[in-house]
Design a protein around this ligand. Structure first.
Ligand SMILES: Cc1cc2nc3c(=O)[nH]c(=O)nc-3n(C[C@H](O)[C@H](O)[C@H](O)COP(=O)(O)OP(=O)(O)OC[C@H]3O[C@@H](n4cnc5c(N)ncnc54)[C@H](O)[C@@H]3O)c2cc1C
Length: 489
C-alpha cells in the first residue's frame, strides 16, 4: 500500500484527473504540485507534514481542519506570514516557507504581492458561506429579483458536501440516497442559473461601521455594503484532550475527508478513528474505499453512536470498534507513529492497567462540531449556548432572522444538524431576506419550507434538536434595517 502523502490514482467513485503542474519553492527546495490545488496538499503529496513551529515551545504543527478554520497550517507564502495554506491556491513560482512562531510582518513586500486600494460593492443580499445553506439562500433570494453575492473562503464551492461520497441519509423528499457531491453540483448549477454571483476564495473577516463586511480576496480588501446578510458559515471540528494531541497526524474527520476525497491525496496509511457517530463511521468507510487501512474505531460511550447500517459496513471489513475506550496519548516525535488506548469505567475514568499501544500514522478525531458564529457575535446578535445545538447560536425567529435587523442565519451556524436541514433553512432565510426588500407574495413558500423543516425534525433525534431550537426562537418584531448612508471610499 502506498504511504502517507501519495496521490490517489484509482477510486471507486471519484476521479482525480491530471492537472497542470507548476513548480514552487519550499524552504529553498524546488517542488511541484497542481496549479490551483491548496498549497498544503501540494506539500502533503510530497511527504511534508509539518508546516510551522508553535510560538512558545517550538512544537511541530501539521494541518488540523483543512477548511481554513484553524491556524494549524499557517505558513509564510511569498513573504506574507500566517497564510492558511489549506485554502490558498498554488501558483507557479510561489515561495513557501515554514513559519517559526508568530509570523512577523514583512519588512519588504515581495514583488508578487500587489498593494491595491480597497474597493466597495453594494449588494441587496450578501451571503457568507457557499455550503448547502449559503448556496440555497443565494439561489432563492436571486430568483426574487434582488442582487445577491456569495462570499466563500474555500477553493471549491459546496461546503462539506463536496467531500460526501456516500448516499445521504434523511428524508426521501429531501435528497436522501443521493450522494453529497451530486447535491453540491446541483445546488451550484441552481445558483449559476439564478443570477447570484459567487466569489470563491473570499474570506469575510469582519463587520465594521458604517455597516460593511470586510472581505479579503486574492490579497485585496473589498468593502461590501449589504442591505441584508445571510450568515451560513457552517461549523468547526471539536478536539478532545489527550497527551500530544497537537502532533502532525492528528486530524479532524472533515480534514482527512478533504485531503482524500476532494484533493485525492492519501492522508496516511494506518488510520485510527476516534468517535463512532455517523461522521466517524462514514469517514472510516470512505478511507477504506480510498485504499487506507483503518486499524480501529475508538468510542468512549458504552455503545456505537451512529446508525447500525454504517457500523455493519465497517465491521464487514474486519475493523474493530472499541466501545468504552478512549485515547490517552499520541505517540511520535515529529508526527504520529501510534496511540495509547485505555478502557473507561462507568464514571468515564481511564482504568489503570488497561493501557495498550496501537500502531497508526493518522489519528482522526470525529468528536463533534460546533457552529461557526464569530461574525454573528461581531454583528451584535443576541447569542446563547445551547447544548442540543452544539454550541453558541444566535436567537432568531421562524424565518431565520436574528436579533440584529437584516441579519439572518442558516445551516450549521444556527445549530449542528444536517445538509438537508441546512438547504431548507438557507431557502427560508434567502427568501425572507429578498422579500423584505422586494416585496412579493412569498408566504405560501415560506410556510412550505417551515413545514418541510418540521417533517425533517420529526424523529427522535429531531425531538432533541427542537428542544434546543425552542430555547432560541423568538418572536422577532424588528425595526426595518436602516439603509446605509456613509462616507465610504
Ligand atoms: C462525514 C460527514 C457526513 C455527513 N453526512 C450527511 C448526510 O448523510 N446527510 C446530511 O443531511 N448531512 C450530512 N452531513 C452534514 C452536512 O454536511 C452539514 O450539515 C452541512 O454541510 C452544513 O451546511 P452549511 O452550509 O451550514 O455549512 P458548510 O457545508 O460547512 O459550508 C460552510 C461554508 O462557509 C464557508 N465559510 C465559513 N466561514 C467563512 C467566512 N468567514 N467567509 C467566507 N466563507 C466562509 C466555508 O468555506 C464553507 O464553504 C455530513 C457531514 C459530515 C462531516
Amino acid at each position: 500500500m502506498a504511504g502517507q502523502g501519495s496521490r490517489i490514482l484509482g477510486h471507486p467513485i471519484l476521479d482525480f484527473p491530471e492537472r497542470k503542474q507548476v513548480s514552487f519553492t519550499f524552504d529553498g527546495r524546488t517542488m511541484v504540485g497542481y496549479e490551483g490545488e491548496p498549497v498544503l496538499t501540494a506539500l502533503y503529496s510530497s511527504g511534508i507534514t509539518t508546516f510551522s513551529k508553535s510560538p512558545r515551545f517550538h512544537r511541530p504543527r501539521g494541518l488540523y481542519c483543512a477548511i481554513g478554520k484553524c491556524s494549524s497550517c499557517d505558513m509564510r507564502v511569498d513573504g506574507v506570514p500566517n497564510v492558511r495554506t489549506c485554502i490558498t491556491p498554488l501558483k507557479e513560482g510561489m515561495l513557501v516557507e515554514t513559519q517559526n512562531g508568530y509570523g512577523e510582518a514583512p519588512t519588504t513586500i515581495s514583488h508578487k504581492v500587489e498593494r491595491t486600494h480597497p474597493f466597495s460593492i453594494e449588494v441587496d443580499v450578501a451571503v457568507i458561506g457557499g455550503g448547502p445553506a449559503g448556496l440555497a439562500a443565494a439561489a432563492e433570494a436571486a430568483r426574487e429579483g434582488v442582487s445577491v453575492r456569495v462570499f466563500d473562503e474555500s477553493i471549491t464551492p459546496g461546503g462539506q458536501l463536496i467531500k460526501q461520497t456516500h448516499r445521504f441519509f434523511g428524508s426521501y423528499d429531501e435528497d436522501a440516497s443521493v450522494r453529497g457531491v451530486v447535491i453540491a453540483d446541483e445546488l451550484f448549477k441552481e445558483v449559476e442559473g439564478s443570477g447570484a454571483m459567487v466569489h470563491q476564495n473570499a474570506t469575510v473577516f469582519g463587520y465594521y461601521d458604517p455597516g460593511f463586511l470586510a472581505v479579503e480576496q486574492d490579497r485585496q480588501l473589498i468593502k461590501v455594503f449589504p442591505k441584508r446578510v445571510v450568515v451560513a458559515t457552517g461549523a468547526s471540528e471539536n478536539v478532545i484532550a489527550f497527551e500530544d494531541n497537537d502532533l502532525p497526524g492528528v486530524y479532524g474527520a472533515g480534514a482527512i475527508q478533504t485531503l482524500v476525497n476532494v484533493h485525492g491525496v492519501r492522508a496516511g496509511s494506518r488510520v485510527l478513528m476516534v468517535g463512532s457517530g455517523n461522521v466517524g463511521l462514514i469517514v472510516a468507510y470512505q478511507m477504506i474505499q480510498a485504499g487506507l487501512d483503518v486499524v480501529g474505531i475508538v468510542e468512549a460511550a458504552p455503545r456505537i453512536g451512529g446508525y447500525l447500517v454504517h457500523a455493519s459496513k465497517i465491521r464487514r471489513f474486519g475493523v474493530p470498534i472499541h466501545v468504552g475506550t478512549t485515547i490517552t496519548k499520541a505517540l511520535g516525535e515529529d508526527r504520529v507513529t501510534g496511540a495509547i488506548l485505555q478502557d473507561l469505567d462507568g464514571s468515564w475514568e481511564p482504568v489503570s492497567g488497561t493501557e495498550r499501544t496501537i500502531d497508526c500514522d493518522v489519528i482522526c478525531l470525529a468528536v463533534g462540531l460546533r457552529p461557526t458564529v464569530e461574525l454573528l457575535f461581531q454583528a451584535g446578535c443576541d447569542m446563547r449556548s445551547v447544548g442540543e445545538l452544539c454550541g453558541h447560536v444566535p436567537f432568531r425567529d421562524d424565518n431565520m432572522q436574528t436579533s440584529t435587523p437584516g441579519w439572518y442565519v442558516a445551516g450549521d451556524a444556527s445549530g449542528i444538524e444536517e445538509a438537508t436541514v441546512a438547504i431548507l433553512e438557507g431557502r427560508l432565510a434567502g427568501l425572507h431576506a429578498a422579500a423584505s426588500i422586494a416585496g412579493g407574495d412569498v408566504q405560501t413558500r415560506i410556510c412550505d419550507y417551515r413545514a418541510r423543516l418540521d417533517d425533517l425534525r420529526s424523529g427522535p433525534m429531531g425531538f432533541r434538536i427542537k428542544q434546543g431550537i425552542d430555547k432560541v426562537v423568538r418572536e422577532c418584531v424588528l425595526p426595518e434595517p436602516k439603509e446605509v448612508d456613509d462616507d465610504r471610499e
